[in-house]
Design a protein around this ligand. Structure first.
Ligand SMILES: C[S@@+](CC[C@H](N)C(=O)[O-])C[C@H]1O[C@@H](n2cnc3c(N)ncnc32)[C@H](O)[C@@H]1O
Ligand SMILES: [Zn+2]
Length: 318
């Protein structure tokens, strides 16, 4: 049977059990580890090391909604990684938690060799979005046990991902190991808001995370409608999070993205800074938010913007 793996993975794949190099060009259905014999299923050309579990809502959301917009995604990529896509030409890049692949696409279009990893079937959407880019490949895997060669990436980025695990820090540390000495690591996490916002959000999410996706989506459509109302979307969403993106489908998707996942931890800048230091990174830069304006900046600095981030990039020094 002919193999349909979408790219050659450039020798990146490693067995999660024994660390032996994996050759995906086995039989098209599985890839077998020559070291320990572990069999890894390959579906739609993508090796599958895990299934979704607590992150299943992301598989649903990314496969359902069309939310990629080239110009916006390029601008967001640049703001949240501190790198212009054009700077990445020829580099090995890891998109840790690629979701539907919008930022893998930006990096691959900039000339990078990109591997996107995600726990869920979102990788199917990512592969479709990047079907025209032979330098983008995907794996369905847990970021804490990546089936990839450690210290082999020039640039690793993770946008809005790690706070959805039981332990954000465990994911941060595991992904940090993928960065080459001298390579860069950019991470964006949810910012901790004021105590009253955190309390209200926790209370709401305790309910929404138990809803069926169909029921939750009905609420998200209502949120998306509110998010389209001028004024309402600049005031009420400081209390309850709903998206005010100009596009309807993005608003529904963003709101679902907030209320569906089982885990959603919020972090501070000093916390993230400490993690970078302890993982052996220096040359640390706090990246400013994408949006500008005095009122926005004031609210951001006072941790009043729900859904905003803490965002940093550093260089691996050891
Ligand atoms: C909010 S989405 C962001 C996707 C993408 N970075 C973007 O901004 O479009 C978070 C993604 O991280 C993935 N994710 C979270 N924890 C993960 C883990 N431990 N291993 C692999 N993927 C994970 C989820 O499956 C989900 O697709
Ligand atoms: Zn093995």
């Amino acid at each position: 049977m002919t193999l349909t793996v979408q790219c050659d993975y450039l020798g990146w794949l490693r067995c999660p059990q024994c660390g032996h190099e994996l050759d995906p060009a086995a039989d098209g259905q599985t890839c077998a580890c020559a070291g320990c014999g572990m069999m890894i299923p390959v579906q739609n050309g993508i090796p599958r090391f895990v299934s979704a579990e607590h992150l299943a809502s992301f598989g649903l959301q990314w496969n359902k909604y069309e939310v990629a917009h080239d110009d916006e995604d390029r601008a967001t990529f640049e703001a949240k990684t501190g790198a212009a896509p054009g700077e990445l030409g020829g580099l090995r890049v890891l998109d840790a938690g690629c979701g539907g692949g919008r930022y893998s696409k930006v990096a691959a279009e900039g000339g990078a060799n990109v591997c996107g990893a995600d726990h869920t079937t979102a990788v199917d959407k990512a592969a479709r979005l990047c079907a025209h880019l032979p330098s983008a490949c995907f794996v369905q895997a847990d970021l804490k046990h990546l089936p990839l060669k450690p210290a082999s990436f020039d640039f690793v980025f993770s946008i809005g991902v790690m706070h959805h695990d039981v332990s954000t820090r465990a994911v941060f540390d595991a992904v940090a190991k993928m960065v080459k000495p001298g390579g860069r690591y950019a991470v964006w996490l949810y910012r901790r808001n004021q105590w009253w916002q955190e309390r209200l959000n926790d209370a709401l999410r305790r309910r929404t995370t138990k809803m069926s996706p169909q029921r939750l989506e009905r609420y998200c459509r209502f949120g998306a409608w509110l998010g389209g109302l001028p004024l309402v979307n600049k005031t009420l969403n400081k209390v309850v999070n709903f998206s005010s993106h100009p596009n309807w489908e993005n608003r529904v998707c963003d709101t679902f993205d907030w209320f569906a996942p089982q885990y959603q931890h919020h972090h501070t800048e000093s916390e993230l800074l400490g993690w970078f230091h302890e993982a052996g990174f220096d040359d640390l830069r706090v990246l400013p938010p994408e949006k500008t304006g005095r009122l926005y900046r004031w609210s951001y600095d006072h941790n009043l913007l729900i859904g905003s981030g803490v965002n940093m990039v550093g260089t691996r020094c050891r």
